[in-house]
Design a protein around this ligand. Structure first.
Ligand code: NAD
Length: 492
């Protein structure tokens, strides 16, 4: 178990950890506890924002926008780079906060969440400097004409609990780069790294009101974003259920909205695949972040001729996974994030079996002296495509295996759900891979890998998994701009 850094201890020791609004740290009128999912101990007490706090932050962000919109891309890029440098300086603190709060292995936070988030800040800093926000148009009958892409104003962000730091950076970096100000509601379950990020943003020199962080409950704080007239754009990442509510509320108020929602990713394992690689890759996919990954592969659709070999190899891979509290440096899978999530996962496993699924591996809760929190074993179920565990997002380390006979059958299974976030195909034949990849209805089709991210590679969704330009690309930054045409006709 690693030692909690002095800076993290000091941060968590504030009573309460304040929230950040209009450049000030606020104790608020209410507070809420934050729990360590590895042992159920209290990590901190944080100030809890309520609706009036959200309204004040929105007013402040609106005022800040009046000057922030006139900054140059170079000025905004310089601040984003400064924030990236500070995240790099405090990378260990951010990694520890993610490990403590989400329960994830600290080595994963050190190797992915934190460095990938830093890269995000730098990517959008570069992108906004390169972007031509103004395009002249040569049109008949026009003395002059141009289109200009302008920021919306205040953008309200609502985030889930599974990758709090990285998702926040994926969201706000493009919005800030485009010249918007932001009001952020992190998940009430894992708010700590976002609050720490606000501390670094203050140190980086972002003007008061440009970045505001308000941890609070969704129905109380999040709904303010969807109805407040000074919030000009809403960006929501979370479940499809809440995404629908947000979409409806934004629709009623004619407010543009971007939705990054749930998923039920499928992997097709073909008869000509490298079975060892597929087994290792998918065991990694289902244990990554304890399976609490929106895009991960949770439906494994295996060709009948390789199913036994694949299942034996996956079991071998899962046997090797070290399940420990995230603060152990050798942990490869931590606990689920909360008691609620543990109940959800257990309920699905039970219902899946009641509906006839065969338990192939795992299916147990783990509880001993070292693991007194919300630990479960990786679990494999197998059965028909009608089963609830094939059809619904579980959000735990649970995969559901089905068998296919030919590619058309596999594709029918993949596309039988409304979700459209990410799928993968495993085969040694590239033509077959691309043909299958194009037919899987989603935002992302990966080949011989699952969970593939790179800046410049749009990561979006369709159907019940969301709408908008996704994250991680130029399209994302443009999502946070509105188009204005300016034209002057030639004189008669
Ligand atoms: P959730 O939808 O329950 O909550 C997400 C956020 O919405 C939280 O901050 C919550 O407080 C807030 N919220 C809840 N009810 C609200 C309401 N009525 N009005 C406004 N805000 C409200 O999701 P979760 O359990 O925190 O996260 C897990 C879900 O997020 C999964 O479905 C996962 O697939 C999805 N997710 C999607 C992506 C993506 O990029 N597509 C990324 C990560 C997670």
């Amino acid at each position: 178990m690693i030692e909690t850094s002095a800076k993290v201890q000091a941060f968590l020791g504030q009573s309460p950890v304040p929230f950040y609004s209009n450049g000030a740290w606020m104790s608020g009128s209410k507070s809420m506890p934050v729990e360590n999912p590895a042992d159920k101990s209290s990590l901190a007490t944080i100030a809890k924002a309520v609706a009036t706090d959200a309204e004040q932050a929105i007013e402040a962000a609106h005022i800040a926008f009046q000057s922030w919109q006139d900054t140059t891309p170079a000025e905004r890029a310089a601040l984003l780079r400064k924030l990236a440098d500070l995240c790099e300086r405090d990378a260990e603190e951010l990694s520890q906060l993610e490990a403590l709060d989400v329960g994830k292995p600290v080595e994963n936070a050190r190797g992915f969440d934190v460095p990938f988030g830093i890269e995000c800040l730098r990517y959008f800093a570069d992108l906004c400097e390169q972007e031509k926000f103004e395009t002249p148009l040569a049109l008949d009958g026009m003395k002059q004409a141009r289109t200009v892409r302008l920021p919306y104003g205040v953008v309200g962000f609502i985030f889930p609990w599974n990758f709090p730091l990285t998702l926040c950076q994926w969201g706000i970096a493009p919005a800030l780069a485009a010249g918007n100000t932001v009001v952020i509601k992190p998940s009430e379950v894992t708010p700590l790294s976002t609050l720490y990020l606000a501390k670094l943003a203050e140190e980086a020199g972002f003007p008061a009101g440009v970045i505001n962080v308000l941890p609070g409950e969704g129905p109380e704080v999040g709904t303010v974003f969807t109805r407040h007239p000074k919030v000009r754009f809403v960006s929501f990442t979370g479940s499809s259920r809440v995404g629908r509510l947000i979409g409806e509320a934004c629709g009623a108020n004619l407010k543009p909205v971007k939705l990054e929602l749930g998923g039920k990713g499928a992997s097709i394992i073909c008869d000509d695949a490298n079975i060892s690689a597929a087994a290792a890759g998918l065991a990694g996919a289902i244990t990554l972040n304890t399976g609490q990954v929106c895009c991960t592969a949770t439906r494994w659709i295996v060709h009948e001729s390789v199913a036994s070999e694949f299942i034996e190899k996956v079991k071998g891979e899962l046997d090797k996974v070290l399940i420990k509290a995230g603060m152990h440096e050798d942990s490869q899978m931590g606990p689920l994030v909360s008691e609620r999530q543990l109940k959800t996962v257990n309920n699905y496993i039970q219902q899946g079996q009641e509906q006839g699924a065969e338990m192939v591996y795992g299916g147990k809760n783990i509880s001993d002296a070292e693991r007194s929190g919300y630990f479960v074993s990786p679990t494999l179920l197998m059965g028909s495509v009608e089963n609830i565990c094939f059809r619904e997002e579980i959000f735990g380390p649970v995969a559901y295996i089905t068998i296919f006979k030919d590619d058309a059958d596999a594709l029918r299974q993949v596309n039988s759900l409304d979700y459209g976030l990410a799928n993968s195909v495993w085969t040694g034949n590239n033509d077959r891979a691309i043909a299958i990849a194009k037919k899987m209805v989603s935002g992302n089709s990966w080949v011989n890998a699952h969970n593939v991210f790179a800046y410049g590679l749009p990561y979006g969704a369709c159907s019940a998994s969301g709408m908008g330009g996704g994250v991680n690309s130029r399209e994302t930054m443009l999502d946070y701009t509105r188009n204005l045409s300016i034209a002057e006709p030639e004189e008669e």
